[in-house]
Design a protein around this ligand. Structure first.
Ligand code: OAD
Length: 310
């Protein structure tokens, strides 16, 4: 970027939030009529459903994989390891199969943004499909790291699809089940989850540049923002869009991430649009819903979801 471009960019940076907190974001939404909201989310929005996140010390998945004897915790999501030792991933997939869980208030808040006609897109790193279970339409979701909606035989070109229920049944039967499926399909079958080193879904590449430059508010919920390229989306949000992080800890700071959050920096020139709510994702969205006067709408959606699932 040239020095002149940087200057112009700085001149465009008017203070967008009266206060850099939930209330400030709610006032911005009411004042500006924000209606192209982009949500970015991660495992922290599903922990209250009983699904562990990855990196929280002690409770995160990567602290609790000793039984698989992995070279590194992330190895469980690599093709190399899966080819050598499919049992570990299948065992974990059985435990984490999305049917075992229910969406959280945070998932319903994302759906509420859609119901109100304000959601441009939700980019989720989560493989649990809870956003869809909460009723978010497919076209509003980009499952950046895939999910359990489909399955395929690995190392085939073109890819050979397999019905996900076949894989589920096989995994439930244990080793005999998945070995039989492997023989029958001519190779190991895995859900359409993106392993490390695999390409992201074409849908992600097709949409993210347009969505982030069009967005008028970015909400980032429950993610450590350490995995690329997902984390780079924070820096791609339109400079005139405020950005709110709701998380138990500050993440994605500009010190670590190009174009990252600046809410921790002093002075108006340094932060003109970033806010941080430190706490649980459900509490954060309940506070935002309350500040917007949407508490009853959110409660109704949560209750309707509960009724549907019984
Ligand atoms: P992480 O486990 O890396 O980060 C979760 C973040 O959410 C942490 O900052 C937690 O402090 C925070 N958190 C946990 N529970 C929370 C709650 N109830 N409310 C608010 N915050 C909470 O998970 P991700 O950022 O999603 O990749 O991880 C990104 C990717 O790394 C995953 O998609 C996965 C993993 O390797 C693949 O599976 C390919």
């Amino acid at each position: 970027m040239t020095a002149q471009a940087t200057l112009v960019d700085q001149q465009l940076r008017e203070r967008l939030l009266e206060t850099f907190d939930i209330e400030g974001v709610a006032r911005y939404m009411a004042r500006s009529g924000a209606h192209r909201i982009v949500v970015m989310c991660g495992a922290g929005i599903s922990t209250s459903a009983g699904i562990p996140d990855f990196r929280s010390p002690g409770t995160g998945l990567y602290s609790n994989l000793q039984k698989y004897n992995l070279p590194t915790p992330e190895a469980i999501f690599t093709l190399d390891h899966f080819r050598q030792n499919p049992w570990a991933f299948y065992e974990l997939a059985r435990e984490l199969w999305p049917d075992n869980f229910k969406p959280t208030p945070c998932h319903y808040f994302i759906r509420l943004l859609h119901e109100k006609g304000l959601l441009l897109r939700c980019y989720s790193q989560n493989i649990d499909s809870m956003e869809r279970q909460a009723g978010l339409p497919a076209e509003k979701l980009v499952a950046v790291h895939g999910n359990f909606d489909g399955a395929h035989v690995i190392d085939t070109q073109p890819e050979v699809p397999v019905d996900i229920t076949e894989l589920k049944t096989a995994i439930e039967k244990g080793e005999e089940g998945w070995q039989e499926l492997c023989k029958c399909k001519g190779g190991l079958v895995k859900p359409t989850i993106v392993f490390f080193g695999e390409s992201l879904p074409p849908r992600f590449c097709d949409l993210y540049l347009h969505d982030l430059s069009a967005c008028d508010l970015l909400l980032v919920l429950g993610t450590s923002l350490v995995v690329a390229p997902f984390n780079s989306l924070v820096g791609k949000a339109n400079p005139s869009a405020p950005r709110l992080l709701i998380n138990r800890e500050p993440t994605g700071l500009c010190d670590d991430l190009l174009g990252g959050f600046q809410f921790h920096l002093e002075g108006e020139a340094a932060n003109w649009r970033d806010a941080f709510y430190e706490g649980n994702a459900d509490d954060g969205v309940l506070a935002l819903a309350s500040a917007l006067g949407w508490s009853a709408d959110l409660e109704t959606l949560i209750a309707s979801g509960c009724q549907r699932s019984h």
